[in-house]
Write a protein that binds this ligand. Structure first.
Ligand SMILES: [Zn+2]
Length: 163
């Protein structure tokens, strides 16, 4: 699947540095609105400012490069709670995650359902899906979601777990 002269990491060495990776395709979009209901009290809260978040997604297999989503999202201020909150992005990725649900679900599936060890799973994601995930990160995901994966067997619905 690699063309001549293309970057070809040696699987026995693993991928050690993010600097070795080809530049990602950047997909920009925005999740922003002038008003959003406050998650605490439901009050319609005005947009205060905007921020950006980068998420690593499954790679672009046509361009054969990684793909990053750069999301502009709105931050709102609830005047009742006197608290800031962000536009909800949990349909795309868990809170605080650098990877999309698609990447996490695929990585967990490769390990839990296909029985692949963490290091080869990391390599597989890079080779076939053009997304670089350190194997320790995959391990964290599997250990965090292992119970659910074992008894539901299939797609878990992201974002519905008890927080
Ligand atoms: Zn509120």
């Amino acid at each position: 699947m690699f063309g001549p002269g293309e970057y070809r990491p040696d699987p026995s060495e693993g991928i050690t540095s993010i600097a070795e990776l080809p530049p990602p395709e950047i997909v920009r979009f925005s999740r922003t609105d002038t008003r959003q209901p406050c998650p605490h009290c439901g009050h319609s809260a005005y947009r205060d400012k905007q921020a950006h978040r980068t998420l690593h997604d499954l790679g672009n297999l046509d361009l054969w490069c990684p793909r990053d989503l750069v999301i502009t999202y709105s931050q709102h201020y609830c005047t009742k709670c006197r608290k800031y909150f962000n536009f909800d992005l949990t349909d795309l990725a868990p809170v605080g995650s650098h990877y999309t649900h698609r990447v996490i679900d695929l990585a967990v599936r490769v390990v839990v359902e296909d029985g692949m060890p963490y290091r080869p799973a990391s390599w597989h994601l890079w080779r076939d899906h053009r997304v670089f995930v350190p194997f320790a990160t995959i391990q964290n995901w599997v250990e965090a979601g292992g119970k659910k994966g074992a008894d539901t067997h299939g797609h878990r619905v992201p974002g519905l777990g008890a927080g």
